[in-house]
Ligand binder design. Sequence first.
Ligand SMILES: Nc1ncnc2c1ncn2[C@@H]1O[C@H](COP(=O)(O)OP(=O)(O)OP(=O)(O)O)[C@@H](O)[C@H]1O
Ligand SMILES: [Mg+2]
Length: 209
Amino acid sequence: MIISVLNQKGGVGKTTLSINIAAQLSLNGKRTLLLDADPQGSSLDWAAARDEESLFTVVGLPRATLHKEIRKFAEDYEHIIIDGPPRVTELARSAIMAADMVIIPVQPSPYDVWAAQEVIALINEAKIYKENIKSVFVVNRKIANTAIGRDVCDALATYSTDVLHSTVTQRVIFAESAAAGKAVFELEPHSSAAKEISALVDEILELPS
Ligand SMILES: Nc1ncnc2c1ncn2[C@@H]1O[C@H](COP(=O)(O)OP(=O)(O)OP(=O)(O)O)[C@@H](O)[C@H]1O
Ligand SMILES: [Mg+2]
């Protein structure tokens, strides 16, 4: 499956989720590729910060021809995760056209709910050419023990796009592990963060096609 992690808004967790989803799929024994479609190259930076053997291959491909070029990788990998760029519309368009599924991270904030309009519009545009692209929201940086996560789900209901039941909580381990070029499960395999990522990946894989 080709999964694009996209949101035109910056800093919502595209790279954090891309890396940890790719890591979890690799842990599950799947041949996984992470394509960095962001000119900032954050996923490549993450891979460069790593001392250990890589869990999965990371390739930089911040080009608007991504949806065509991806074909040459598709045969070699069971799953390809595309870490999308913020703002750059042509790259986001290409990442949507490349994908079977688009995962849209949103933080529990009204600004994120409003900003999601932009990526949803791009997906709707792409559906004219590619009818069966799936898209889902995932709430990231949820604050534990608050109602705000629930509020954001209610607010997102105005879009005709489902919100995953799995959420990812705001936790410092996400930044700590990234600094070392690691996935959260490598730092703390039994952590709540690792369990949330594992549950998120299970839910994604079980979504009806
Ligand atoms: N669940 C989380 N808990 C704590 N920190 C998080 C979480 N998710 C992301 N972050 C932090 O938020 C910041 C932005 O995350 P990230 O770089 O993944 O976002 P992005 O959407 O890829 O940003 P950009 O749009 O610039 O590519 C990073 O410092 C990251 O460590
Ligand atoms: Mg990023």
